[in-house]
Design a protein around this ligand. Structure first.
Ligand SMILES: C=CC1=C(C)c2cc3[nH]c(cc4nc(cc5[nH]c(cc1n2)c(C)c5CCC(=O)O)C(CCC(=O)O)=C4C)c(C)c3C=C
Ligand SMILES: [Fe+2]
Ligand SMILES: [Fe+2]
Length: 365
C-alpha cells in the first residue's frame, strides 16, 4: 500500500495549470570524493544503468567501485568545475530560464517551467511536489536526451512513476520520448558546426561522439544506437559534406564488457596514426556541456590525438544556451503540449493564436 503525501491545498475553484519539467542526468554537489560517493552510489545502483544481477553487482559496487572511483572522478570534476558550479547544472538552469522566457514572449506566460535531475539534486520527486504546490495539474516531462535509451530516458519515466505513486490526486502526464531527428535540433547542430568552420576553417574529419552503452542493450532492442546514427546522418546531410568525412563514435565506456563501437578515443588515435592532421569533435547526444564532454573529449581525447601525431583538435561545444537550440526546444515543447496550450495561454486572443500556432507547428514533419 503506498503511503500518500497529504494534498497541499483544498481548492474548489482551481484553474488547471500546465507545467513543463526538464530533466537531465545530474551531477555531484561538489568536486570532492565525499560528494561523489552518494552521487555515484545512487547512479550506479540504478538497475536501468547497470544491468548486472544485484547479487553479483552489489559487492563490486560497494566493495570496489565506491572505494576507488569517487576520488578519481572528483579530480576530473575539479578540472571542469566553474565558479557557478558543475557545468551540467549551470547550463540546465540557464536553459530552463531561457525556455521560460521564450515561451512567455510567445504568449505562454501561464506555463510553469522547472527542471530536475535524475540523480542528485534537485530530485524529480521534490520538483514534482513543488509543481503540485504551485497548482500544476498537467505536466509535460522532457528528458534532455535527444536519443532514447533505457539507461537515460526510461529511468526518468520510472522515477516520475515512483514519485507519483505517493500522490493521491495525480496530474495528467505527457513525456517526450526522443528528439534525435527533430528538424530544429538538427538545424541547431548544423548551424553550430558551420559557425565553427567559418571562424576556424574545416577539418579533415568531423567526429560525432555519443555516450556509449553496453553492446548488449542494442542486441536486446534498445533503439539508442540507431537513433545516434540517424542524428549523425542528418547532421552530415545538413552540412552537405561527403558522408565519409563524418564519423559516429561512442565514448565513456564503463567496465570490461563490450560497449557500442567504434570507441571515440581509439578512433582518434587511429586517425592520427593514418596521418589525419585535424579533427573536429562534437557531442550531439549531450545538450549541455558536462564532465563527459569537457574533460573526456576536450582534454583527454585531445591529448591522445595530439600525442599520436595529430596537429589540431577542435572541440565544438554542446548546444548549451545557443539561440537556435532554445528556439528548437520551445517548438518541441509547444508541439508536445498540443491541446494543453489552450489552457496555458493567458486570454482568449492569445489562446486562439496559440491553437493556430500549435496546428501549424508539426506541418511538414
Ligand atoms: C555505468 C554505466 C553507464 C551508462 C550505461 C551510462 C549511460 C549514459 N550516460 C549519459 C550521460 C552522462 N553520463 C555522465 C556521467 C557518468 N556516466 C557514468 C556511467 C554510465 N553512463 C558514470 C559513472 C558517470 C559519472 C562520472 C564518472 O565517474 O565517470 C554525464 C555527466 C554528468 C556530469 O556531472 O557532468 C552525463 C551527461 C548518457 C546520455 C548515457 C546513455 C545514452
Ligand atoms: Fe553516463
Ligand atoms: Fe543501429
Amino acid at each position: 500500500m503506498p503511503r500518500y503525501r497529504p494534498e497541499p491545498i483544498h481548492r474548489h475553484d482551481s484553474t488547471p495549470r500546465t507545467g513543463v519539467l526538464l530533466v537531465n542526468l545530474g551531477t555531484p554537489a561538489a568536486p570532492t570524493a565525499a560528494a561523489l560517493r552518494p552521487y555515484l552510489k545512487q547512479f550506479l545502483s540504478d538497475p536501468r544503468v547497470v544491468e548486472i544481477p544485484r547479487l553479483v553487482w552489489w559487492p563490486i559496487l560497494n566493495g570496489i567501485i565506491l572505494n576507488t572511483r569517487p576520488k578519481a572522478s572528483a579530480q576530473k570534476y575539479a578540472s571542469i568545475w566553474t565558479d557557478e558550479g558543475s557545468p551540467l547544472l549551470v547550463h540546465t538552469v540557464r536553459q530552463t530560464k531561457l525556455l521560460a522566457g521564450y515561451l512567455a514572449k510567445d504568449g505562454y506566460d501561464g506555463l510553469d517551467i522547472d527542471y530536475a535531475m535524475r540523480y542528485g539534486a534537485p530530485a524529480i520527486g521534490d520538483t514534482l511536489d513543488a509543481m503540485r504546490a504551485r497548482g500544476c495539474t498537467r505536466i509535460l516531462v522532457v528528458p534532455m536526451y535527444p536519443q532514447y535509451s533505457a539507461s537515460t530516458t526510461a529511468t526518468v519515466v520510472d522515477e516520475v512513476g515512483r514519485s507519483l505513486a505517493r500522490w493521491r490526486n495525480q496530474p495528467e502526464m505527457r513525456f517526450v520520448r526522443n528528439f534525435h531527428d527533430d528538424p530544429g535540433y538538427i538545424d541547431a547542430l548544423v548551424k553550430s558546426v558551420r559557425e565553427h568552420w567559418a571562424a576556424n576553417g574545416e577539418p579533415e574529419r568531423l567526429l560525432l561522439s555519443f555516450h556509449g552503452v553496453p553492446r548488449r542493450s542494442l542486441d536486446l532492442g534498445d533503439p539508442y544506437h540507431c537513433e545516434c546514427h540517424k542524428t549523425g546522418r542528418l547532421v552530415a546531410e545538413g552540412l552537405g559534406v561527403a558522408r565519409e568525412r563524418v564519423l559516429v563514435t561512442f565514448q565513456s565506456r564503463f567496465g570490461k564488457a563490450e560497449w557500442l563501437k567504434p570507441y571515440t578515443q581509439p578512433t582518434l588515435e587511429q586517425l592520427a596514426a593514418e596521418g589525419v592532421r585535424r579533427v573536429d569533435v562534437m557531442c550531439p547526444g549531450f545538450v549541455a556541456d558536462c564532465l563527459e564532454t569537457l574533460e573526456e573529449i576536450a582534454l583527454e581525447c585531445k591529448e591522445a590525438f595530439l600525442e599520436k601525431g595529430g596537429q589540431a583538435f577542435h572541440y565544438i561545444p554542446c548546444l548549451n544556451e545557443r539561440d537556435a537550440w532554445i528556439k528548437a526546444l520551445a517548438a518541441l515543447v509547444r508541439k508536445h503540449l498540443g491541446n494543453w496550450l489552450e489552457i496555458a495561454a493567458p486570454d482568449a486572443a492569445a489562446r486562439s493564436a496559440a491553437l493556430e500556432r500549435a496546428r501549424t507547428l508539426g506541418a511538414g514533419q
